[in-house]
Ligand binder design. Structure first.
Ligand SMILES: [Zn+2]
Length: 292
């Protein structure tokens, strides 16, 4: 059977990596294990450069409902600080209105967005993290995008997805829903790894985005292609600001054998000040606008 690209539908592909993980052994949390870098069979589309797992594991979203991820809580401070850098960029495009954060987890981004004067809602499949968000008085839906899009067409001024689209089972179906949820002229903001970036090319299979729970690996070109087909036009790309604290960096590097060396090099930096913002090549922060 030929592999069909889930972005452009062509069947011109090459295999990048064979499968080395079983879906039953997958982790859907932030906990890094020796198995974290193992993936399903992945192939690259020679037309639009998109990389995807094929065959796609079935019913993958079911796994997210019961996720309890205390490891994620170590990252919340960093996510909030990154949000304080990203929201002024969003403000330049859309100054006020209603934000939907897809995959909002414990609501870190949304609570900062509220401080910036936006109205906010979230969508989250994990019951555990959405309950934490609700305790903060945030409105969170526990439903699939396609279900939400049916009821809330043309409702949102801004839709954000941070570390979410690499998990999509069917990117075209999801993009269709995202487009539907946005008002005409509304802003779509996506953070994901750029599989065509220098970091991806240099590190090969050791690139941090290669994880069993990731099944779509976008490039700027393939994301542009997908969005454009559903009436969302790319307007700019930036790099996600990763706000790092010493312990967090150490944690993030736990799958790499050279961690002690990197930490030895970074220690003097963190002695100078406890918090640094890193702009790491390949951490694509993509902005698009729905056609009016
Ligand atoms: Zn393609």
């Amino acid at each position: 059977m030929k592999d069909k690209c889930p972005v452009c539908s062509l069947q011109k592909t090459i295999q990048l990596y064979p499968a080395d993980v079983d879906v039953k052994k997958l982790s859907f949390t932030y906990v890094k294990t020796p198995n974290s870098g193992k993936t399903f069979r992945s192939v690259k589309c020679l037309n639009c450069t998109h990389v995807f797992c094929s065959p796609i594991p079935k019913n993958i979203y079911k796994n997210y409902e019961d996720v309890v991820d205390s490891e994620y809580l170590k990252y919340t401070k960093s996510i909030r600080e990154s949000a304080k850098i990203i929201l002024p960029i969003i403000k330049k495009h859309v100054t006020s209105g209603l934000i939907l954060d897809v995959g909002c987890a414990t609501g870190e981004f949304l609570s900062i967005a509220k401080q910036f004067g936006y109205e906010v809602e979230g969508l989250e499949l994990s019951k555990w993290s959405s309950e934490i968000a609700r305790k903060r008085k945030l409105k969170v839906y526990n439903t699939l995008l396609k279900v939400l899009a049916k009821k809330h067409t043309n409702k949102y001024d801004i839709v954000t997805l941070f570390g979410v689209i690499e998990h999509f089972q069917d990117p075209r179906l999801e993009m269709k829903s995202l487009q539907k949820l946005l008002k005409p002229g509304g802003l779509l903001v996506v953070w994901t790894g750029d599989v065509d970036s220098i970091s991806s090319k240099l590190l090969g299979k050791n690139w941090w985005y290669w994880q069993g729970q990731h099944i779509q690996y976008f490039s700027e070109k393939s994301l542009n292609h997908l969005a454009f087909n559903y009436g969302v036009r790319h307007i700019q790309s930036k790099i996600y600001p990763f706000v790092a604290f010493y312990g967090l960096v150490e944690n993030s590097l736990s799958r790499y054998k050279i961690r002690p060396l990197i930490m030895a090099l970074l220690t003097p930096l963190f002695l100078l000040k406890p918090r640094w913002t890193f702009y790491i090549p390949g951490e694509m922060l993509w902005f698009g606008v729905k056609k009016t």
